[in-house]
Design a protein around this ligand. Sequence first.
Ligand code: Z5A
Ligand code: MG
Length: 218
Amino acid sequence: MSTHRRGAFIVIEGLDRAGKSTQHARLCQNLENQGHRVKRMRFPDRTTPIGRSIDAYLKGESQQEDHVIHLLFSANRWETAASIRTAIEEGTTVVTDRYYCSGIVYSAAKGRDDLSLKWAREPEVGLPRPDLCLFLDITPEAVAKRGGFGNEKYETSAMQKRVRELFYELMQLPDGQEIKVIDAGRGIEDVERDIMERVLRMMAQTKMTEGLESILPW
Ligand code: Z5A
Ligand code: MG
């Protein structure tokens, strides 16, 4: 049996302004302080040609058909898939700010009969599967205290409410296994401590000598 230890694959997910980017930065720093090599990633990655199309769409500078933008978000993950696997194989821990759960729920939240949760998940099948997905949950009331919505496409209260419901629906399905809910309505340090505890527990429980799994079909 191989004794080679791979890196871990950790995802921070959650609602708009739940504090994902804040906690992503802190988690990466905390892991580095403990001696881990860390690769920081975020989705959408707005720096690639596909990412620039997504950026223009989110800012309202261009239009896209709902299925098309969905597939672009997915393609934006697929263009990084090989680099995630390589980093993890080399022993680097990869931490991403949003990943495929956002991809599924934001598109499905549009409420089209021809864009269900199941349809939205299909293009993600085969991507690297996270060891742990931390869902930063916050109530609409608590998020309202963090200032008004921005100007991007999905930043409306109706959309955010539906997104939250769909995140909870996703957790009841097989993908729910690696999703852990974090109460993100608390102070930054409390959330940070909770996240670090969950990550260390996962690292202790996961067989890091076995390869990373892929997202499976339902
Ligand atoms: N999207 C999609 O449709 N399909 C996909 O496949 C993917 C994404 C990957 C852009 O995402 C949009 O793309 C998003 C989903 C969709 N649409 N929406 N809504 P993004 O990740 O680029 O969006 P963002 O603007 O960077 O993230 P965010 O969700 O708006 O914010 P956040 O990262 O969760 O929060 P933050 O920037 O860390 O914090 C927000 C503010 O709250 C800030 O002032 C902090 O200082 C403050 N904060 C943070 N934590 C706390 C606590 N604990 N207490 C008090 N205040 C706090
Ligand atoms: Mg963010």
